[in-house]
Design a protein around this ligand. Structure first.
Ligand SMILES: [Mg+2]
Length: 227
């Protein structure tokens, strides 16, 4: 199958470049347990790609937890200060990002996370983070008015490259269904590296589905190949 050539690449962060989704699960599980509620995979799945306050709203409503969104988020913050600095890069993430950077391909990060959360999670990887031309962090970015599956985050992120690429010249990497939909809604091609529990039928709109970033062949999208 042939794909359309691209010039710019946008990366999701959580669950795609870093193995953080498991930490979010631990964080929400711990906070919900304080109220004797179970944070299920069904609920977790529905949150992927959401901004922080959207997660808090959905969880407190769905599980009937007697906290305001702010109170819930404060408890989460406490948990993640301990959990997040332990995060690891996903297999193939470093190799791919370093490769595209070394070949001069413009790359950027488009994450629904807040700046504080990205700072905590990337504490041990400053050089890696420095390879991206710019970072769009949805939860604390006033221009990103809605979370994924709204296309705002990818459109805002693309607009921040100095040469302002067209949507069709951008390739998105995502791990979540909401993120995939956001990319499609932005009219961009999207490579999805999903959690293996996500059923294939949920990923129908993806341009390409991979088991790992290690499988990605840049030349398939007109990008410089690995030497
Ligand atoms: Mg993600």
């Amino acid at each position: 199958m042939a794909f359309k050539k691209v010039t710019h690449v946008l990366f999701d962060l959580d669950g795609l470049l870093i193995d953080s989704e498991v930490l979010y699960t631990q964080m929400f599980t711990a906070v919900c347990a304080k109220y004797n509620k179970e944070f299920t995979w069904e609920l977790k799945k529905s949150l992927l790609g959401f901004q922080g306050h959207e997660c808090a709203e959905k969880i407190t409503k769905t599980l009937d937890i007697p906290l305001s969104i702010e109170e819930f988020m404060k408890l989460c913050q406490k948990e993640c200060e301990v959990l997040f600095p332990k995060v690891q890069l996903m297999p193939g993430a470093k190799k791919l990002v370093e490769h595209l950077h070394s070949k001069g391909v413009p790359i950027a990060l488009a994450t629904s996370s807040s700046k504080e959360s990205v700072d905590l999670k990337m504490k041990n990887f400053p050089e890696f983070l420095g390879l991206f031309q710019h970072l769009t962090m949805g939860s604390t970015d006033p221009e990103v008015t809605k979370g994924k599956p709204d296309p705002a985050i990818f459109l805002v992120c693309a607009s921040r490259f100095p040469d302002k690429p067209k949507a069709e010249d951008c390739l998105v990497f995502e791990d979540a269904v909401n993120g995939m939909k956001a990319a499609i809604n932005a009219n961009m091609q999207v490579v999805v590296v999903p959690d293996p529990r996500i059923p294939a039928e949920d990923l129908k709109g993806a341009t390409l589905v991979l088991k790992s970033l290690e499988e990605f062949k840049p030349e398939a999208f007109g990008l410089p190949s690995f030497d």
